[in-house]
Ligand binder design. Structure first.
Ligand code: PCA
Length: 324
């Protein structure tokens, strides 16, 4: 009897160490907090990877910019310091126009249009990332972008002089065009920037308004639904190639599931985020026709500039988008 037990214990140890040998561990930096739907989605994705790979690929999430700040994550994945990471595509607009497309105002405004734009953008995005040693696993849209401000904004000239938080080159450009003062602040530092008065306004989603408790400082959300930027989850190609085929397939499957779930979650939670903002005293304001017109003139100008920069590929993306 005694012998049997020790034999059994030995085989468990053996099985355990064999499993441990085959296990791969990856780090996944994200710049957003646990309350954010992208991060909720990442948490489910990591669980799916674990079960689909039968425990062979273990991913550790480092959220809220705790491992790398938002603008550093892409480079960390490229250099394989992090094997997988979540980036806000439009943050990298200055690197290549492909990253800017879904950050342009009034090109694609609802979820359906944004998904179509994504389909048009995707092959070019995959090619670009590939050429830098990375692959695109999935991408999910943020909710529609509106303006947070205390000031009454009836037309774009009312935005003059605002201390405007920008999160990307495009949001900084919008500020310049309306005569506001742009200050680039990533979401993880946004609450502090409001508390210290560094900024008094910004353009983003209800989701970020909720994550950063914007209602403690700003009382109005102008629901302009101007664009839906995307977060993308990218993987270092060498790290991917080092996985066995079954684990690669598991990762891809979990990614496809996360993309589908993420787009739904973004829409569903947007309603909930808006309700939470209202409960905390924030007024959602329907933009005036003048404000919308002013912003769409800016949008057209930015699209023209983008087309000049993006050349034939850019035109192909816009054509593919409009054809759908
Ligand atoms: N929230 C992010 C980017 C887009 C969004 O809705 C932010 O404000 O940083």
């Amino acid at each position: 009897m005694h012998k049997k037990i020790s034999l059994l214990a030995g085989s468990i140890v053996l099985a355990f160490s064999a499993g441990a040998q085959a296990q791969t561990k990856w780090d996944l930096p994200s710049a957003y907090p646990a309350s954010n739907f992208h991060v909720e989605n990442l948490t489910s994705f990591i669980k799916d990877v674990d079960s689909l790979s039968e425990g062979k690929l273990k991913i550790t999430l480092h959220n809220n910019a705790s491992l790398y700040k938002a603008p550093e994550i892409k480079r960390a994945v490229q250099g394989n310091q992090a094997q997988i990471g979540e980036i806000l595509l439009t943050n990298f607009a200055n690197e290549d126009p492909i990253y800017e497309l879904d950050g342009l105002p009034f090109l694609a405004t609802g979820y359906d249009a944004s998904f179509k734009l994504y389909q048009a953008q995707k092959p070019f995005l995959e090619k670009k990332l590939n050429s830098h040693g990375m692959t695109l696993l999935y991408a999910v849209a943020w909710p529609p972008q509106g303006i947070f401000a205390n000031k009454d904004i009836k037309q774009i000239s009312d935005m003059k002089g605002l201390k405007w938080r920008a999160y990307s080159p495009v949001t900084a450009k919008i500020a310049e065009l309306v005569g506001a003062q742009p200050v680039t602040v990533q979401q993880a530092e946004l609450a502090q920037a409001m508390a210290t008065g560094v900024i008094d306004s910004y353009m983003s989603s209800a989701s970020t308004g909720y994550d950063t408790k914007t209602y403690e400082y700003i009382k109005k959300f102008y629901d302009t639904q101007a664009w839906l930027p995307k977060n993308a989850v990218i993987v270092n190609k060498k790290a991917f190639d080092a996985l066995d085929p079954a684990t690669q397939a598991a990762l891809k499957k979990a990614g496809a599931q996360a993309e589908e779930r993420g787009w739904k979650l973004s829409q569903e939670k947007n309603k909930w985020y808006q309700e939470e903002l209202a409960k905390n005293g924030m007024e959602t304001v329907k933009p005036t026709v003048e404000l919308k017109e002013g912003l769409s003139v800016i949008g057209k100008r930015m699209l023209d500039d983008w087309l000049k920069k993006a050349g034939a590929d850019g035109q192909a993306m816009i054509d593919a988008y409009k054809k759908q």
